[in-house]
Design a protein around this ligand. Sequence first.
Ligand code: PGA
Length: 250
Amino acid sequence: MRKKIIAGNWKMNKTAAEAAALIAGIKKEIEGVTTVEVVVCPPFTDLKDAAAACAGSSVMLGAQNVHWEASGAFTGEISAAMLKDLCVTHVIIGHSERRQYFGETDATVNKRTKAALAAGLTPIVCVGETLEERDGGQMESVVVRQTKLGLADLGADLAKIVVAYEPVWAIGTGRTASPEQAQQVHALIRRTLAEIGGVAVADTIRIQYGGSMKPDNAKELMSQPDIDGGLIGGAALKADSFAAIIKAGV
Ligand code: PGA
């Protein structure tokens, strides 16, 4: 049985004080929830205060990116050790906004994933097709390629990752994939994971859905056999809507 994992991707939102207040609100709303893994991923500048706000609760802390080098002349970058030092346990890698606006490629996704794993962080590796790719009949090839290249050569560490399927056309658009559409791609990702690491490992890996997941569609999406949680953008910025999604995963 895979434990559901709900992560909030706050993107470039919230100051440190706002982050602490949001986490306090989330903690209050989800008191007693133990069967879902809950992660919040604020901007880097919030992590220290966010870690203090998460302390003593089951809410875990994630970052939104990590560099693959341990240290050095990489202006503007953050290493895995720096994240570990701030009590970060998870890190989003290869989000479509990074691929679209910041030159992220399958090769850099792979490097970041390896660096995160080497430091003991849990990578949340994002894959997903654009609308143009879906309409052009390329959804399968894009998702399989991103999965295979992003997760290449991880060895036994493959079992430690989380995958997020985020169709780009559903992110921030209010246009969610239907549960059937999402399930079809999640099953494809799991078959691809089985090709890489074997069926037994693939069966243990959590695959989140992301893209306009809201309190009113979360339960139906997460009731699909291969949907093991969500990566939530807009609805993660308010304690009540984020908590409602978490409770839909119980
Ligand atoms: P959304 O974003 O929930 O606002 O669509 C999801 C994401 O980009 O991770």
